[in-house]
Write a new protein. Sequence first.
Lengths: 395, 292
Amino acid sequence: MTPPIGRRTLAGLLALPSLARAQTAATGPIRLGTLTPLTGAGGPYGPVMAACVRAVVEQVNGAGGVLGRQVQLFSEDDQTNPEAGVRAARKLIDVDRVAAIMGTWASSVTTAVAPLCWENRVFLTTVSGADSITLLPHNGWLVRTQPNTTLQGRKFGEFAIEQGARRIFVMMPQTPFTQSQFAAMKIAAERGGGTAELLIYDATKPSLRTEVDQALRFRPDVIVAGGYTPDTSVLLRDIFRASYRGKILAFAYSVNQAMLGAIPNEVTEGVMTLAPSPAEGSGAYARVQRLANSPSPDPYTCQIYDHVTLVLMAMAKGGDATGQAVRDNVRLVSQGAGEAVDNAVDGLRAIAAGRAVNYDGASGPCDFNEVGDILDTKFRYEQVRGGSLALIRIA
Amino acid sequence: MLDSFLLEAIAQALVNGVISGTILAVPAIGFSAIFAVLNYPNFAIGALATIGAYGGWVANTVLGWPMEVSLIAAFAAAALAGVLVEWVAVRPLDKAGALMMAIASLAAAIVLENAVRFVWGNGLRGYDLPMLRDVFFGPIRVGPQQIENFGIAVGAMGGLWAFLALTPLGRAMRAVADNPDLARLRGVDPVRIAAITVAIGAGLAGMGGMLVGLDTSIDPLTGPRLVLAIFAAAVLGGLGSIPGAVVGALVIGMVEELTVLLIAPSYRSVVGFVVILMVLTVRPAGLFGARA
């Protein structure tokens, strides 16, 4: 009996999406996607990130687009959840046929989405920090603007030692970077004559009292609260209730102004935070301040501004609006000798005029090594005083 | 031999477990009551807890009502939302069976959760309450807010018991739960009883959501984070059994805390799954059978 669909027909049908992708890649608007967390733990950041990309795209379209084509943006919600992230990425790749996906936030989401991107020749830019991400066999199909977690962990450990700590207790939920970050903290702590212990907690629980009891049994002089905003707010309350009087360090992405407005000041008083610092004072940073309508845009909005700018310039440089062109040309516009530019419109104009460019971003210099990690960034150290974050230093 | 250090740690974990279990019991009772009378698992219970938490938050921080009155607002907001879910999403599917009704309640939960997000955003919200340090009873420490929450939870359960045992309406509810046909023959209006049950069940979930929020903060996922524990408590106690839900919640609360101490904190959520698996394998009717 002849099957209803022959093998060749089936192969032809299967090839249709890639044919369609190839066709739209050459004509029509250039299609780009953002995949940021509009809900879940990353919910406070994703909407602002997506809006920033939209603003850049509007500016570029207003100035004539890229390679004479308009840019069309598709924004999806990864829900800070790998499963939802994969579904959304599939939609961006298969239905919207984007050439690049920008802005994945949680490391677990990026880890899940990255293989889909490289298999479909879609370029991925991310703000996730887990070391494992750039170690994936991505073959150049992703870059990230967030320093990896080993570097962040080392900075945490060194800062704790600098605060006079000898016994550091680290409390983190299970994430792709928990182990690597703790290992880096521990090495830094031990190098400074201290010791460090890790407790991995369940971030979905409304109370962490027993976990805090475990921490206090270690007699820590510094507790590192290494979770996201919702669970860190539970943790800080329970640490306060337990009458812990030592120092607390946390990620700036969790102890943020939203958290400080939601929980009493006495709970967060004195908490010190650390975060990769945007390039304050740079031209690109000033542009993000205007686009985000904020005097201090968050680091992720600064990073995704850099993502979209780099993606568009790399397409222009390669003369082709595909993921492949971004992959092959991103380092030609991000680093090296060339005219310093801080925004897409100026960069595209320079590239169209045949000049080399070197992008200087809102999150930092945006120079990448061969696996897609940034080569340099600064860190921002702050302390909560009276319900607001006060700058200690940027270094 | 266990040293005194470990014994103290276990005692502290058990106290923590009793307190968190008592708070968990409030929405678990709501879940079980709805199951007893309407015969389907209402998975919107988590989202209803969130609605209650936000209703109470509006009453407490926007309207400036005291915490105790705000709890009534939490109950009312969730009860109203629960009845709406029942009428709009679940009831039209009652001919399609319990599974369809459960799925409808799941869908309604997603709608409610995102409605909260739409109005109040993703950020954390805190109640207008003083932050108090724990008090020590020998080596055991307990938070004043926890003691108050514990009292409120026990009070709510006592009130529900009195309502079910002593009022004609409560007796009618139990009658429908036991035998709907017989109840109908005796002149009990099942539609009215269903609406009242949903209102009470959802209201209790809302109250539970606010009690959890009082101790921590609230966000759109406050309730959904509780769903597994609520379901596990109800299954352990016996779906539809109100005393079972209380005992189930206490056991889940204590076992979760002991897991932190004796296994690893990251396995806390596994407790709910393991309990559901074990009960369904060994004693599907749960500890207290099928009905209250």
